[in-house]
Design a protein around this ligand. Sequence first.
Ligand SMILES: *Cc1c(COP(=O)(O)O)cnc(C)c1O
Length: 426
Amino acid sequence: MMSILPTDIQNIWHPFTQTYGSTPPLPIVKGEGLYLITENGDKIMDAVSSWWTSIHGHCHPYIAQKIGEQAATLDHVIFAGFTHPKAVELSVGLKKLLPQNFTKIFFSDDGSTSVEVAIKMALQFWHNQEKPKNRIIAFREAYHGDTFGAMAVGGRGSFNKAFESLLFEVDFIDAPLPGKEEGTLLQLQKAIGENTAAFIFEPLLLGTAGMQMYSVEVLEKMMALCAKAKVLTIADEVLTGFYRTGKCFATSNLKSGTDIICMSKGITGGTMALGVTACSQYIFDAFVSEDKFKTFFHGHSYTGNPIACAAACANIEILAEEKTLQNIANLCAQQKQWMEKFKNHPALIDARNIGTINAFEINTENGSSYFNTLRDDIYNFFLQKNILLRPLGNIIYVMPPYCITNEELKIIYTQIDLFLQTIKQH
Ligand SMILES: *Cc1c(COP(=O)(O)O)cnc(C)c1O
């Protein structure tokens, strides 16, 4: 069979990819649990769950079946003025998993749009009550997506340099990483002002910033400060949702709830694009009025798509199975053990674990030119061994689907060990 590659190279612009000097994309023709199968028949371990989405592994037969049934029954219907069984079923399933204060479910297309919806909800919540609050607090290192609003509440850096002058102003505070908790609490206190509408944050885990982790205790204190000042809290659980950090949501650990929560990535088990923003009843109530201008004027062509909702319903059923919960608990325990094993490795500055995720920060004291190529070196080293790891700079992270076996995990860590040995020689 002819490779699809020449036509790809001719026609397609890939995301987050500098075409100049880069190796061409790898054609994948099939997915099977942990594995991606290439055009040449190689089986690659997907140790990053294909950008953090594939929580049960690829082509889970039950999700595939439900998608097929739904595609043949009702593919799509406009969601303004209409509804359908799978959206309703999903709302019930999500409310069972979410903290109790979340009563309303709003659908969109992906993580970025779930964040856009959350920001607009929070701002219009105050606008509808004629309270002039329009400032948002966010973490300086945050990542919330690539659309404009999501970019604006994310950290400023090289990824959004070209748009910086057009991003709305945000009050940034440092994330409360270990040892910096008191500083963050002080910064939050100072940042909260009369005009503060909301605080948006990635709970317990800043993914794109390099799998940086912080404690439930400090998050709880931050939530208390916001509650006291009537600042709405928006938990961006696009990455952390659906058991990534061990519990169903990272904010499931909190005694106090948040006002708004964003979900995507794992919500369909990594099969269909879907975003969900859930909110508390009083937020919804601020939009219910005889005044038509208080309507939430937001929606996308594919809002509430039945096939995506069917995939999400199937995912929730799988997550309710004892076997899945056992797999998740086992993966968390295994990851923790592997993290402990590598913790004091001389090639590492830090090793950290949260739930199903491990991150290893490589010491790059050996000079900046080396640092520049390190990311590619890591990526290529593992890909040659048929393991997909996509490091964030000098940080290797392992975020496999929950179905990975202990033996498969061991294969990955054996190779990580070998890679770290090559580092020591530099
Ligand atoms: C990936 C991610 C997003 C953006 O989601 P997309 O589906 O890529 O638009 C937003 N927030 C967090 C925390 C993420 O990890």
